[in-house]
Design a binder for this molecule. Structure first.
Ligand code: KE4
Length: 439
C-alpha cells in the first residue's frame, strides 16, 4: 500500500488545522501513523485518497451501525434536502424523532435534541444541578462524556490516548465540584456519598465504559449506583452516547434493566449527521427552558437533515433481527482474535458486548482504568499498522472500541481474523510474551 496522497494532504491539513485534524483521536500519533484521508465509503468499507480499501471497524466512532451510505439513510437525506436544510422553526420530523426515542428508550418520557454527545452530557449535568439545587457531580476514571469543562476530569478517549490527565484552560473552580472515582467500585461511591451525598446533583456513568477501551459493568454495579442515587436524592445519568441503540434497541438501560433519571444520546441517533439528545422523566425534563428555568439552546438542534438521517436509521434498527446478526459477527470475530493472539503468544484480553469490543494488549482482566492502563500501547501500535497494511482499519488508539456493523459479512470477518493472525505474529516477534506490559 502507498499513502502518498494522504501524506501530502496531511501536510496541507497541518498548516491549517491543529494537528491536521478536527478531532484529536483521528490523528495517528498514538499508533505512529499519519492519518488517512478518506475519499468514500460504502457498507463496511472505506476507500482512502490513494485508492486503498479497508474493512472499517471505527464506523465514525459508533454512529454507523448499519454501515456507510445505507440506502435508506441516503434516500431519506435526498428526499428532504430539496425542501431546505434548516429552518430554526419546528418541523413534524422533530416530533417523529422524539416519539421514536421515547418509544425505544425505556427511561425517556421527554427528550431534547442537541447537536453532539458533548452537548447532551453538558446539558444533562446542568439540568441535574438545576433540578436538585446541588452542585457536586460524580463521574468515573476513564469515562468520557465529551469535552464540557466540568466533565474533563480523569477522562478517557483522547485524554487517555495522549496521556492528558486534564487540560489547561479549565479553572479549578470549574472542576472543584467534580469527583472522579474508579469505575466498577461501588464501595468508593458509597464512601464518597457517605460524606458529600447530600451535595451531589448527579452520578454520571457510561453504563458500559467504551472510552478506556471497552470495560463492562460488574454484576450489580449499575443496580448499586441506582440504589445509592435514590438513597441520596441524586440523579443517575446514563451516558448512552455509545451504548444507546448500539448494545440493544433501548441501550444499556434496556439490556441491564436499570433505569436512570436522565439519559444522554448521540452517534447512532444522528445516522451519521451531528445529533445528540438528552431525556428522562417528565417531571425533570419540564425544568428545561422554555417550560422551566434551566436554559439550553441550539441553532441547528432538530434540523430536518439530521432528523431524517437519524430517524431512518432508528426505523431500520427497530425492525428486529439486526442486533442478533451483528452480535453474532462480533462474537465470531472476537473468538478469532483470541485464537490469533494465543497462536502468536501475545497477551490479549478481549472485552466485548453486542457489536462493541476491544482487544487490550495485557493479560487482564480489564475492569477499570488502572487495569486498562497496563496495556502495552506499543504492541497495539504495531498491531494497528500491520492490520492497516492488510486492509483492516481499527481505532488509532488502544483505548477506543471497535464497532461491528450490519454491513460486516462473514467474509469480511474472516479476512480480519486472517490479517490478525499475521499481524499478531509480527507483534509477537517484536515483543515476545508481552514483556512490555506496564506494571
Ligand atoms: P461528541 O461530542 O464527540 O459527539 O460525543 C462526546 C461523547 C460523549 N459520551 C460518550 C460516551 C462518548 O463516547 C463521546 C464521544 N466518543 C468519542 C470516541 N470515543 C468521539 C470521538 C472523537 O472525540 O472524535
Amino acid at each position: 500500500m502507498n499513502w502518498n496522497i494522504s501524506n501530502n494532504l496531511y501536510k496541507e491539513a497541518c498548516k491549517l488545522m491543529p494537528g491536521g485534524v478536527n478531532s484529536p483521536v483521528r490523528s495517528g500519533r498514538a499508533v505512529g501513523f499519519e492519518p488517512l484521508f478518506i475519499k468514500k465509503a460504502n457498507g463496511c468499507h472505506i476507500t482512502d485518497e490513494d485508492g486503498n480499501v479497508y474493512i472499517d471497524y471505527v464506523g465514525s466512532w459508533g454512529p454507523l451501525i448499519l454501515g456507510h451510505s445505507h440506502p435508506e439513510v441516503v434516500a431519506a437525506l435526498r428526499d428532504v434536502v430539496d425542501r431546505g436544510t434548516s429552518y430554526g422553526i419546528p418541523t413534524r420530523l422533530e416530533i417523529e424523532m422524539a416519539r421514536k426515542v421515547v418509544e425505544m428508550v425505556p427511561a425517556i418520557d421527554m427528550v431534547r435534541m442537541v447537536n453532539s454527545g458533548t452537548e447532551a452530557a453538558m446539558s444533562a449535568i446542568r439540568l441535574a444541578r438545576g433540578y436538585t439545587g446541588r452542585k457536586k457531580i460524580i463521574k468515573f476514571n476513564g469515562c468520557y462524556h465529551g469535552h464540557a469543562d466540568s466533565l474533563l476530569v480523569k477522562s478517557g478517549s483522547g485524554l487517555m490516548t495522549f496521556g492528558i490527565p486534564g487540560t489547561p484552560g479549565i479553572p479549578e473552580e470549574i472542576v472543584e465540584h467534580t469527583i472522579s472515582l474508579p469505575y466498577n467500585d461501588l464501595e468508593a461511591v458509597r464512601q464518597a456519598m457517605g460524606s458529600v451525598g447530600e451535595e451531589v446533583a448527579a452520578i454520571i456513568v457510561e453504563p458500559v465504559a467504551a472510552n478506556m477501551g471497552v470495560v463492562l459493568p460488574r454484576v450489580g454495579y449499575l443496580e448499586g449506583l441506582r440504589r445509592i442515587c435514590t438513597e441520596h436524592g441524586s440523579l443517575l445519568i446514563f451516558d448512552e452516547v455509545i451504548t444507546g441503540f448500539r448494545i440493544a434497541p433501548g441501550g444499556a438501560q434496556q439490556l441491564f434493566g436499570v433505569m436512570p433519571d436522565l439519559t444522554c444520546l448521540g452517534k447512532i441517533i444522528g445516522g451519521g449527521l451531528p445529533v445528540g439528545a438528552y431525556g428522562g422523566k417528565k417531571e425533570i425534563m419540564e425544568h428545561v427552558a422554555p417550560l422551566g428555568p434551566v436554559y439550553q439552546a441550539g441553532t441547528l438542534s432538530g434540523n430536518p437533515l439530521a432528523m431524517c438521517a437519524g430517524l431512518s436509521m432508528l426505523n431500520v434498527l427497530s425492525r428486529g433481527g439486526i442486533y442478533e446478526q451483528i452480535e453474532e459477527m462480533n462474537t465470531y470475530m472476537c473468538v478469532g482474535l483470541e485464537e490469533a493472539a494465543n497462536s502468536a503468544g501475545v497477551p490479549m484480553t478481549i472485552n466485548r458486548i453486542a457489536s462493541l469490543g476491544c482487544g487490550f494488549f495485557t493479560k487482564g482482566p480489564v475492569i477499570d482504568l488502572e487495569s486498562a492502563a497496563k496495556s502495552d500501547t506499543e504492541s497495539y501500535a504495531i498491531f494497528f499498522r500491520e492490520m492497516l497494511k492488510r486492509g483492516v482499519y481499527l481505532a488509532p488508539s488502544q483505548f477506543e472500541a471497535f464497532f461491528v456493523s450490519a454491513a460486516h459479512e462473514k467474509e469480511d470477518i474472516d479476512r480480519t481474523i486472517q490479517a490478525a493472525f499475521d499481524a499478531l505474529k509480527v507483534v509477537g516477534q517484536s515483543c515476545p510474551s508481552g514483556e512490555r506490559e506496564k506494571v
